[in-house]
Ligand binder design. Structure first.
Ligand code: FE
Ligand code: CA
Length: 516
């Protein structure tokens, strides 16, 4: 986290905490002065969903994040915010006041507009005379401009109990323009004994439960520092709600759909409350607008997909299964008709050099059973093979330029050619996929997974596979997309060093990652 003592005129956190020991601080609220006894910015600050003239700025007032209401009184609180052109806040270009409402866990989502395109900005909040740490963010290049170059980091799957978030400490030093987080930001499960850190409380099923879980995760200093370092583009996967959920169907099928949708409403509300999302993503009951698009000039168009909310139930009882006609059922869908139409329409109109599908589950049809026999994951795109083929056909027929799929979910790294081998059966490489490993889920991981040789032999379109922890750093220019698999050897102890395990390049007009 940027040191709050370096910002001009700031309350230092240390002096505030010292002062708070002796006296309560007064804080404006809608109903008059409100007393806050403790430092309220324990979950840090964040920004996201940049546009050419703005972004979302986020914070949440929560002096005691694990407690009901985060330790806040049940009243609205006014929060001042400011945006500056420089790190010292000498040139403040926007100021305003927002209300942190108890109905939204005293979260704040501000959407400043009218800023200059393609440049960094710094921001901070103030409540009750106390200043938040400062964050750094940026606007997108002007619409229709070439877009220059872009460095992004692909992240997913940060199980709090299974490892430290050391990967974010390294990512924060990489000067990334954008973090793309494709889900499993929290895990909903109950705390397990004997882990290096323990989830507080039972499995999340209520709004209070999910809020406290986000409070616990977002107290992690490395995660907080990465949010303060760059804007994020986020989409949830399953664990923000319930493992392997599909539409209105629970992992445990005994739960009635109406109870399940009540739980989804709680999960989505807590997700919104803790993420730098625009007002357009404010949930209405169990429905949330997660799929959306941002354009990095004409360099890259990002289609953020939602493969959980609208999907049909996993075929063949989920899990890894041998091929069956069920996956070709035209009623099976990961996207739902509306999102599919939106995506194809957007792809057809996109002027971008790179068309990026930022989404949750692996697209390549990987045989998960090394050696004899074939199985595919029913929770991933191959379980929805009819729709997968439809999208590949669309890319081919409409000559969609340079599609790159960014995925997460499975706690392993993959670089894949995305191949059409149907109608006609001769294989054609149509797009590229990078699957990013977990930040911490799964513990230490391994550089050479079990049966790697046979897995690669069975899946010639897989160019790289590895099970270490980390993230994928992508340097994107009009003339090349470079992906570096940045890995750390352990997460069960702090302080792991970072290395580049493998590097790939995609050239425009030549789909498929090639070793750099
Ligand atoms: Fe995960
Ligand atoms: Ca997942």
């Amino acid at each position: 986290m940027p040191d709050p003592t370096t910002t001009a005129g700031a309350f230092t956190r240390r002096s505030f905490l010292a002062a708070a020991g002796g006296a309560l601080l007064s804080c404006r609220s809608a109903s008059g002065p409100l007393l806050l006894a403790e430092y309220p910015f324990r979950l840090g600050v964040a920004s996201g969903d940049p546009s050419p003239d703005g972004f979302v700025l986020w914070t949440r007032l929560a002096p005691r994040p694990l407690e009901p209401e985060g330790g806040m009184p049940p009243e609205p609180v006014e929060v001042d915010w400011e945006v500056a052109e420089d790190e010292r806040f000498a040139s403040v270009v926007r100021r305003g006041r927002a209300r942190a409402l108890p109905e939204l866990a005293h979260s704040v989502h501000v959407e400043p507009e009218g800023l200059a395109p393609g440049r960094p900005y710094w921001y901070r909040f103030r409540a009750g005379g106390v200043e938040s740490p400062a964050g750094r963010t940026r606007t997108l290049p002007p619409p229709g401009s070439p877009g220059g170059r872009l460095r992004l980091a692909l992240a997913s799957c940060q199980h709090f109990e299974q490892g430290y978030f050391t990967a974010y400490e390294h990512m924060a030093r990489e000067d990334v323009d954008l973090v793309v987080h494709v889900g499993d930001y929290i895990y909903e499960q109950a705390g397990q004994p004997g882990r290096l850190r323990r989830h507080a409380g039972p499995e999340c099923t209520t709004l209070q439960g999910y809020r406290a879980r986000y409070g616990q995760y977002k107290s992690d200093p490395a995660l907080m520092a990465m949010h303060a370092a760059a804007p994020w583009l986020v989409a949830p996967d399953d664990h923000e709600f319930d493992n392997n959920c599909a539409g209105a169907v629970s992992e445990e099928k005994a739960v009635s759909p109406s109870d399940f949708l009540r739980r989804r409403a709680a999960a989505y509300q807590a997700y919104y409350e803790h993420m730098p999302l625009r007002r357009a993503s404010l949930p209405a009951g169990p429905d949330m607008q997660i799929y959306r698009r941002i354009a990095w000039g004409r360099l890259a168009e990002f289609f953020v997909l939602d493969t959980r909310q609208y999907r049909t139930d996993q075929p063949s009882g989920d899990g890894n299964k041998p091929p069956s006609p069920e996956v070709l059922d035209p009623r099976g869908t990961l996207l739902g008709a509306a999102q599919r139409g939106w995506l194809e329409d957007g792809l057809a109109r996109s002027p971008a050099a790179w068309n990026v599908l930022a989404q949750q589950v692996m697209f390549a049809r990987v045989d998960r059973l090394p050696g004899e026999g074939v199985t595919h994951s029913m929770d991933q795109w191959p379980g929805y093979e009819h729709e997968r083929r439809g999208l590949l056909r669309f890319l081919e027929e409409r000559r969609i330029a340079n599609a790159v799929v960014l995925s997460g979910d499975i706690h392993t790294n993959w670089a894949n050619d995305l191949v059409a081998d149907f109608d006609p059966p001769a294989p054609r490489v149509l797009a590229s996929e990078f699957v990013g490993t977990s930040i911490s889920s799964g513990g230490d991981g391994a550089a050479s997974p079990r049966d790697l040789g046979r897995l690669l032999a069975d899946n010639p379109f897989v160019r790289f596979h590895n099970a270490e922890r980390g993230y994928v750093r992508c340097d994107v220019e009009a003339t090349s997309w470079r992906a570096d698999f940045r890995t750390i050897p352990y997460v069960l102890k702090p302080g792991a060093p970072i290395a580049t395990r493998a590097s790939f390049v995609v050239e425009p007009g030549r789909p498929g990652p090639r070793p750099a």
